[in-house]
Design a binder for this molecule. Structure first.
Ligand code: NAD
Length: 417
């Protein structure tokens, strides 16, 4: 028997864009202009490995749109990185920056590699060579990368250094930098904080609060671990978590001690073997009974073959594109609310915008200001999405796409072709 075709995240943006464009009455020309990526580059990245041999990696940068501002989006280091995945993620960034109404377009990039098995010096050389290949196409007013899966503040520092050595001191060429190099207060936690803000706002609409919500989290990296810490601080109970190595679930379904778990992950590199809870596979974790399921790892993890078994009352999409269209339809039928990624995980890019703005002005905001402004942007975006969803009887995802696509379409029409 042949194995099933791999799930393609392009289907997710294609379906949601098409529905939004139809509702907005966009014509074929408008749809074509909005949908096609503005620029795509694929580069070879030759790296001299520590053993003296040469390895050529393949890197991508897809700039989907620069209509509302410089293209903006993460840089991912992962074996599954390919052009199609990057295109889908870049497009999602265009609608996301428009939903939270920040002056950016959408981009995504990555290198097909497994940095978990590469020595740090090789990751550094690979990053620098990648910047050497694409530096003419990025920059503060063109395209501003940020951290994503398997990249972090250190990788952003190398990008900043390599770009600045060619173009002069340019901290605004990349966001998610360490504080010492012009990073913003609150950026590390921003995506997790955004997830919390959207979830709290939605629960408020239902007359509930975060306190006592039983939460299951897939992915315990930057987004997942920070979301867990912040949610636990507000009284939510993180009952199960996982990473690429496997998962754990609390035996009595009460909240795990998240701070200790974060320390354990720092020491061992994984949530597994944390003393106390039971082991659980990633597949079984997604179908645990809970109030809120938070996918915070990779795309397409909720699909037609497991959506029917999901027992969560609500799904908060912290990862990008975690739910396929078939799964969305199943959740709609089952009455499971999905808080959409292009709203829910937009906290990171919003604080990236604050970082970029601080860098351009050579100023530095304190954390209180960053968090207060983040709350303002996220709450405003949630309110607009929830209001449209209620008014037009749409899912929150359809409403978010409609707002994002309409804002970009208007800007595109004003700029002209
Ligand atoms: P990260 O590399 O810091 O963490 C990724 C986590 O997912 C790790 O715990 C990893 O072990 C786990 N993981 C990887 N493959 C897995 C698998 N097959 N099964 C289960 N777990 C797996 O990455 P991150 O920055 O936390 O990003 C996570 C998700 O959030 C991605 O979808 C990313 O695009 C999205 N996102 C990130 C940001 C950001 O600011 N970093 C912003 C918006 C959206």
């Amino acid at each position: 028997m042949s194995s099933p075709a791999p799930l393609n995240p392009r289907e997710i943006v294609d379906r949601n864009f098409t529905r939004a464009a139809e509702r907005l009455g966009l014509n074929e020309e408008q749809k074509l202009l909005l949908k096609l990526p503005f620029r795509e580059v694929k580069v070879e990245v030759p790296v001299r490995l520590n053993d003296g041999s040469l390895k050529v990696f393949i890197g991508f940068r897809i700039q989907h749109s620069g209509v509302r501002g410089p293209a903006k989006g993460g840089l991912r280091y992962h074996p599954a990185v390919d052009a199609d995945e990057m295109r889908a993620l870049a497009e999602a960034m265009t609608w996301k920056t428009a939903v939270v109404n920040i002056p950016f377009g959408g981009a995504k990039g990555g290198i097909a590699c497994d940095p978990r098995v590469m020595p740090r010096a090789e990751v550094e050389r690979m990053t620098r060579k990648f910047v050497a290949r694409i530096h003419l196409l990025i920059g503060p007013n063109r395209d501003v990368p940020a951290p994503d899966v398997n990249t972090n503040a250190q990788v952003m520092s190398w990008i900043f250094d390599e770009y600045s050595s060619r173009h002069g001191y340019s901290p605004a060429c990349v966001t998610g930098k360490p504080l010492e190099l012009g990073g913003s207060q609150g950026r590390e936690q921003a995506t997790g904080r955004g997830v919390l803000l959207v979830l709290a706002e939605h629960l408020k609409d239902l007359g509930r609060s975060l306190r006592g919500q039983k939460i299951v989290l897939q992915g315990f990296g930057n987004v997942g671990s920070n979301a867990a810490l912040l949610l636990a601080e507000q009284g939510a109970e993180i009952i199960a978590v996982s990473d690429v190595h496997g998962g754990i679930v609390s035996k009595d379904r009460k909240g795990l001690p998240v701070r200790d778990l974060v320390e354990h992950v720092k020491k061992t590199g994984s949530v597994v073997k944390f003393p106390g809870p039971e082991a659980i596979s990633n597949e079984d974790l997604l179908v645990l009974e809970c109030d809120v399921l938070i996918p915070a790892a990779l795309e397409c993890v909720l699909h037609k073959d497991n959506a029917g078994r999901v027992k969560a009352k609500m799904i908060a999409e912290a990862a990008n594109l975690p739910t396929t269209p078939a799964a969305d339809d199943i959740f709609d039928k089952k009455g499971i609310t999905v808080l959409p990624d292009i709203l829910t995980n937009a906290g990171g890019v919003t604080v990236s915008y604050f970082e970029w703005a601080q860098n351009l002005q050579q100023v530095s905001w304190d954390e209180e200001r960053v968090n207060a402004d983040l709350e303002k942007y996220m709450t405003r975006a949630y309110r607009a999405v929830a209001a449209l969803a209620a008014q037009k009887k749409l899912s929150l995802k359809q409403a978010a796409y409609q707002i994002g696509v309409e804002r970009v379409a208007r800007a595109e029409a004003l700029r002209g072709t």
